[in-house]
Design a protein. Structure first.
Lengths: 267, 267, 267, 267
């Protein structure tokens, strides 16, 4: 038989059973972002060697909700939307590596397995969660519009506990959609060793960015964010000391791989 | 204590624990409709006395997917969107009652409990299902637009079986969004008697319509629809003999009660 | 056509599409019960006319978790277990009606639609929730046994918020499984009027009991219970003033209708 | 900061946010197994180098449903059972490696994220699915017993499509629980390279076995199995040519790492 086909597991001769097809992957969706400052020491707790705190505003955090439709090159998922739609909530900080500033996703929850599998490839530490985000709609009976006064809520739960919730009321157009998630991502991809107590069998620091990113007009406004405790999460350790801003925008993007920055294991 | 407060169960002195607040209820959402003709005898099987087949085109059926955001008067659900978003797939036929033509929902699946409770009030025979529908988005990376060539899929499953799926490719603007779901709804509301084998304790034929209905431009195109069998469903008995058309549009509406047409039990 | 067939909606000529078949319904399952005392005034808030507080121990409350397998007469659900297994968490108080003591379920959450439909018939105010309960198992690697030291947890969430959680550590056999849920149930069955603001179209006070109830040895032990707040629930108003006891047992039972105690609407 | 703590992602200084704690992992559960023969060429399609078909009965396949409770060393998951209970359905074949026979899981679906993460560590190709399996219970109202005539159903769905279903009616005690899943597991653990189109960054063939496996009396009987097609699965290519047997048993076991057989990438 030799080599089987397929990008990720399970690989087969036909190559159609894999949990995800190969990149590129395409995305259209809506982002609700809350940026705030926490104690930089709490960010530092989440940065393994060889990463360090970002030089400027090292305690800046972005908590982001995203309501996505996604697909691979043949776009077949779009006509069977149980395979293309997913929601996620994630936390991004910035870090420094060899004098460059990177963004880094430190926590993330999604609601589909294909999103988990993509995340493992990309170094996003994905768990399952229940994520909800108010949608804009042309008819206002039960929906905000993306404009002054538009009110958007967002919630995250996992393990049957609510972990975070936000409310953003739009006020005005914004030149930016925030700054914390604006750099290339620096992520670790790890595989613990198979023997009990052994070191990592594989560990690599990689960088990646979206390709062909497009963004609609961003809006900013008044925002509230609450984080809740859970015995299996550390999200609420990133205590909200000062809100920087809240943002809403619609985006389209794609992803087609990244670059290895450093192989950490096996050396 | 006397009377408790709240629209539907459970009622309490405070009145805040009820599964749904009182109407009016407000809706913003996207509809994908497939109309087709089946054997009128199969429609007749679903019409209890005193309803009869519609005089014109009595075998016409509409299978409709809807992706909703909804709320009640205080709009609190919109900021906690797990309580406002739901999806549904439903089948509508037409019928005749005292010389008037009505629409009638004969099967419907939703994915939230508040939608089930509203449906019981309105006479929709709601079950739980898993419903998915392609979403339009301003950015085309992983989304159709509402325009020529826009391709939308929709699926329905219940009991871990796929029950229906459709694909609609838009071609041109349409003067209508179909005709089968265009009349006031004539629904039965029933409560079986509590004693084993007893007749209905309550049965009423009611009519209702949306209030303040608004609709964006409707589109039509090429459509495919497939229905699958299940031991606990009869959906596939409404065999697709001839496709009438497929339609896509965005709507906003509200609902604020209906009228009793006839009390059937207790007499 | 005349009368259609089927116990509850949707009714059809074939009668196989209904959300639930007719009773009798059969149940095998495991119960974890926590009984405690709250302020009787808080129980009174949940008792509509013509019910009153129970004469003895009027503030007694039972919070019960149940992990069920269930079926109807043809037992077909047992071989397609997505249709037979469900979990529930519910709160029972006692009340007095015409000099007799009844049990009454004031809040209940389940995780399947057939359970909601049965509950509407029986007057249980069912919502959807996420319910989990530790299971005993013959092999102890990852399970308690029903015996001294056996530790059982139970949780309830709805709307992506945790509402209640309990831990029970068994100590000894118990002569009872508690007393709060030990009477016939007195429930209201209601259907709000279809016209906006109208009185109930149907309201009936009914009584019912299980048939052929069997119970294994009950166990009691040390128990903790926590209730959490939610904007759409009043569960935490039933404040835990004093724990009465915690119980675990396995049961089998059936249900085959009840009796009308009083028709309240239409009069 | 240096090294962070935690077994798998996300790693933090505190080490409590990881998707799974380190092994050992403990399991108590019920297994329903159907063994059958397919065309060995179809098994061969699933065996990458350096694996080959097993020498004896190379077309033998086991489709297994498991209803698990599981935990790690501190057993905290058992008292918050949303974190300990999960169900899975998986397909096992046998293969030959350096003259030894191994079992190998070629497809598997689970319903929790911690089970996905454990599977990635162990080389199980886990996707999300909806899995249901009839439970035995001491009270027969709505449950089989593990004994003659006991009837157990099992179903698997993913992507809102039913993929497999089985019915097993027990007849007699069995000396074995089947033979296909009886060897150490030989699994690949892979991480695709981060650059588009690059070879695997990590690929290792590993072996592992349960530790301290205990099994109750196994039963065998009459069994039916059906596999269904899906555009994203190849399960039904393992066509059922001849049923070998059906088995039911309860087990307890643990897992505490494995051994590397061969590093395939990076070389």
């Amino acid at each position: 038989m030799g080599a089987l086909n397929g990008f990720f597991y399970p690989r087969t001769e036909l190559g159609t059973a894999g949990v995800i097809p190969a990149p590129p992957w395409f995305y259209s969706g809506d982002l609700l972002t809350v940026e705030y400052r926490t104690d930089p020491a709490r960010v530092r707790e989440l940065l393994p060697d060889p990463l360090d705190l970002a030089e400027e505003d090292p305690g800046a955090v972005a908590m982001i909700w995203a309501d996505w439709q996604s697909c691979s090159t043949d776009r077949a998922e779009l006509l069977d939307p149980v395979r293309s739609q997913y929601k996620e909530a994630f936390v991004v900080v910035r870090c420094s590596y060899r004098g460059q500033t990177y963004s880094r996703c430190v926590y993330i929850w999604v609601d589909k397995d294909f999103a988990i599998a993509r995340g493992i490839h990309q170094g996003y530490p994905k768990k399952l969660g229940s994520i909800w985000q108010t949608r804009p709609h042309p008819f206002a009976q039960a929906a905000p519009q993306i404009g002054p006064g538009g009110a958007f809520g967002a919630t995250l739960a996992a393990g049957d506990r609510r972990l975070a919730e936000a409310v953003l009321v739009l006020r005005e157009e914004s030149a930016t959609n925030g700054f914390v998630n604006g750099h290339p991502m620096a992520h670790h991809r790890i595989y613990p060793g198979i023997e009990a107590g052994s070191p990592d069998a594989y560990s690599e620091l990689i960088a990646s960015s979206g390709v062909g990113f497009q963004r609609g007009q961003a809006w900013t406004g008044d925002v509230e964010l609450r984080l809740f405790e859970s015995p299996t999460e550390e999200l609420d350790r990133l205590r909200i000391d000062e809100i920087i801003g809240g943002y809403y925008c619609q985006v389209g993007t794609s992803w087609n791989g990244g670059q290895s920055l450093e192989r950490l294991a096996p050396l």
